[in-house]
Write a protein that binds this ligand. Sequence first.
Ligand code: GDP
Length: 302
Amino acid sequence: EKVFSGFSKTRDNLAVIDELLLYWNLSDTDRVLDNLEEALLVADFGPRITIKIVESLREDIYAGKLKSGTEIKDALKGSILNLLTSKKLKSELQLGFRKPAVIMIVGVNGGGKTTSLGKLANRLKKEGAKVLLAAGDTFRAAASDQLVIWAERTDCEIVVAEKENAKASSVLSQAVKKGKEQGYDIVLCDTSGRLHTNYSLMEELVACKKAIRKAISSAPSEILLVLDGTTGLNMLPQAREFNDVVGITGLILTKLDGSARGGCVVSVVDELGIPVKFVGVGEGLEDLQPFDAEAFVNAIFP
Ligand code: GDP
């Protein structure tokens, strides 16, 4: 598997840190740390995390614990890895033992929800699962058509609304029942993504979650929120809102291949306490990678 080739823009922007540390000496510490702080902010690690990291480096440098540029870089990588792993969040899908496992995919339009759902279907299918897709975005007519194309590309069955203006919750409920009756391993549920400020979307998502619970007598195994990686830290309020209303179990961060703001991954995990489960690093079927904290840190600080 490629090791996060998709983070090249973030890596290129952070390469300045290597140059800074190469010529570091004790008397130059404050200037180097100012520049390092700037680079972390530009990569969207966020002010809180950036200050925490930089101040702890400063302390360790002046205490004589870090004696070379290499040691400083290793400490920097270590503190980022620690931020990503200290909460012991599970970055693997937690599908449970019930069949079918139901995965709800939520997020605002344009973030990459449908594409991610298609890529995820492809991945699960390749792992040997029998996957059913459910076209729960009944609001946008084109959304079902788009998902039908992904169903064909991934060779998965799909349940779509039988009539116009069908309720999303009834489509999902029907799909989940079919999944149960016909021995599917996983039902992947698409949902609407019209503006998150529109309260009725949130109401609809709650209704969808309830309908699933009713159909299989348990909550969805995963409710994954798809977030556009190019928006960097701006994704935080949106993520909070979705989490408050439906309870998010994991994140899919998309378009990180086109973004220099990869540091937001660390901020999102630290601020929300929700694991990143996958990252989208391109438009192709294979461009969805399971998130691995260590691979991430090595990709942005080679
Ligand atoms: P939706 O409205 O949330 O369902 O968004 P779509 O799945 O239709 O994606 C919107 C656009 O973003 C499409 O042109 C996708 O090809 C593109 N896209 C989605 N994920 C990624 C990604 O990880 N990397 C890149 N470069 N483009 C992506």
